[in-house]
Write a protein that binds this ligand. Sequence first.
Ligand SMILES: Nc1ncnc2c1ncn2[C@@H]1O[C@H](COP(=O)(O)OP(=O)(O)OP(=O)(O)O)[C@@H](O)[C@H]1O
Length: 503
Amino acid sequence: MSKIEKKKEKKTANELTSLAEKIRAKALENQKKRIEAENESDSESSSEKDSTAENKKSSKSTSKSKGSATAENDNANEGESFESFNELNLVPELIQACKNLNYSKPTPIQSKSIPPALKGHDIIGLAQTGSGKTAAFAIPILNRLWHDQEPYYACILAPTRELAQQIKEAFDSLGSLMGVRSTCIVGGMNMMDQARDLMRKPHIIIATPGRLMDHLENTKGFSLRKLKFLVMDEADRLLDMEFGPVLDRILKIIPTQERTTYLFSATMTSKIDKLQRASLTNPVKCAVSNKYQTVDTLVQALMVVPGGLKNTYLIYLLNESIGKTMIIFTRTKANAERLSGLCNLLEFSATALHGDLNQNQRMGALDLFKAGKRSILVATDVAARGLDIPSVDIVVNYDIPVDSKSYIHRVGRTARAGRSGKSISLVSQYDLELILRIEEVLGRKLPKENVDKSIILTLRDSVDKANGEVVMEMNRRNKEKIARGKGRRGRMMTRENMDMGER
Ligand SMILES: Nc1ncnc2c1ncn2[C@@H]1O[C@H](COP(=O)(O)OP(=O)(O)OP(=O)(O)O)[C@@H](O)[C@H]1O
């Protein structure tokens, strides 16, 4: 290398270092401002919380008498936790179903929340990803259902269609010896078929909010006036802005009196106004983790990626992880589609899951991955919450999530139910602020993964070339679609298929 070239390279390296320092300093400054702002709003909301909780206590005690535990009373059920499903007065069919599922003892959230739930309390359940929250709310509902078998007994709301389907499967297996009828009501599926299922008077309805509202408004003979249980799984997501309006409409037409409500999630909002939306009555808060906790069996790391090399780093990572099962998260549907194409072109078997696919394609992709016919699932946040696929070894954040909660849920797709797992986040210079924010909520720095740069450099050209081919192919297909006039219709169909706020 000539002296001039060397000098030039040194200058560029220096420029990059000082640029990185500037970016980091800016990120730290922004972070400081944000923490100050958050502290201010926290103290505001906690005083709001105190007064609102007080109001609520007095108004609810006149409308309903269900015990004296409140959301403030975090450990109301302390001392009541149990060690074995046999200790509870559960119906034998349910105990047997737990045995059949190899649930030898309750998980901590089950141990903490099932006793107060069996006593009839509303519950706010907070526990890490993969810790058995589904059974924590399903067991008390099924136990009660055994004693008064009525149609439209419980409704479970979930933010995504795939999660709703998975919850249905959990109810079906836990209720397998009890003759429980359940149905899944989600967007993207035939309304008439669903209306027919609803007319069969199922006990348990598992639904995404938008499609449930459609049926409440349009399906003759279907109402939730006698509903006994309402569950919001991934409650903080359901209570956020996107789902808020449709949820309010649903809540307006289902009973508050005599209804038990459970909110469960691995991350929870502490904003009282949001929780009030769910109109809980003196809920018992069962928390076995803090608001943003990941599990100990999860190893989390970062891979610092220089500009323009993200695809190459990803392929390097796939090369290093051959034989492992992986979910790669992207921020956009186009990125999910492109990366899935890139992986396949380079002979890593992948499939994509995102909201631009129709429901059959989405189910097909998930089935391929679950059955081990594809070792990589490239997904948007549609797959971030709730999905329970025990075989996932590694979660990769190709794009860093903008929301720290989303990070917690994404990495929670691995290391479930006591298993080990790993997450790797690809961090470019533009992601520094996001990653600082995530480290802040996790309460620790994430270690950097060692990489062999010489291998990465040898991969670069072929990865870039393959990526160019995939992009060209995607463009060609898009043009073809538009030429055939399917683009507009396709987009309209996708919109029709989507429920409000649903991913
Ligand atoms: N008592 C138990 N013993 C053993 N395994 C259990 C028990 N309860 C649940 N599981 C299993 O643990 C896994 C994770 O459970 P689940 O999907 O309910 O987690 P989760 O807490 O809802 O996670 P997420 O926050 O990601 O939605 C499931 O495969 C489930 O069958």
